[in-house]
Design a protein around this ligand. Structure first.
Ligand code: B16
Ligand code: MG
Length: 211
């Protein structure tokens, strides 16, 4: 039985990973830190704080500088978000959301991002969501299950009646830990531990998932 679908944002609804990459790269270049696309892959689905720790790679800086760098990167990222619109919704997502609504299945968001609400707004998708869990909703971010449990609570659905859609290893771990089934979007080596796997959003099929 499935009463709710809970969606991750970056990599599922839209590909903000590229914008995160550009913003982190700008900050890293200014600070003389090494950063590249391979390192950026490790930031998929993890919080802003955990992302900076990965970039620092063991380098120690003061707490104050850490905060300053996170704020600066976020400023660059928010600037880049001004360029996004409905054209950036990943293929197949809007029709998938509409199909869920037509079937009376609840739709929620569970993102690690503190920018999730303005992003959904820019994409024109806010009205399709019954609840939004984001980086402000819980203290512990993915791979902790908290944001998924929060989203399920917001739509009043038991965890075993929720299906999560995720593109990140940390997100899939979090959803499994929450007691939910998961649709993984991406390559086997990244999302192979999900209940179902699709290579990309446009090949995701509700019939295959619900049986
Ligand atoms: P922010 P998701 C995650 O979004 C991103 O994948 C990750 O790269 C980012 O660090 C995190 O949000 C926090 O984002 O800096 O905007 O708060 O995949 O959980 O939707
Ligand atoms: Mg993601």
């Amino acid at each position: 039985m499935c009463k709710a679908f809970i969606f991750d944002l970056d990599g599922v609804i839209t590909d903000t990973a590229e914008l995160h990459y550009q913003a982190w790269q700008r900050m890293a270049d200014e600070e003389g830190y090494y950063f590249d696309r391979e390192i950026n892959e490790k930031l998929r689905g993890v919080s802003r704080q955990a992302s900076l720790n990965i970039i620092l790679n063991g380098k120690t800086i003061s707490e104050e500088k850490f905060e300053t760098l996170m704020t600066r990167k976020n400023g660059y990222y928010v600037e880049l978000l001004n360029t996004i619109s409905a054209k950036d919704i990943l293929p197949g997502i809007e029709s998938f959301l509409l199909e869920l609504k037509a079937r009376g299945i609840k739709v929620a968001l569970a993102s690690a991002s503190k920018n999730a609400r303005p992003i959904l707004h820019r994409l024109g998708l806010t009205s399709l969501f019954d609840a939004i869990g984001d980086g402000w909703s819980v203290k512990r971010s993915k791979p902790a299950p908290d944001v998924f449990i929060h989203a399920a609570g917001q739509v009043g659905v038991n965890v075993d009646e929720c299906i999560v859609v995720e593109d990140a290893e940390a997100g899939i771990d979090a959803a499994i830990d929450a007691g939910m089934r998961v649709v993984g979007i991406g390559p086997d080596e990244r999302v192979g531990h999900a209940t179902w796997r699709f290579t990309d959003t446009k090949s995701m099929n509700l019939g295959d998932i619900l049986g």
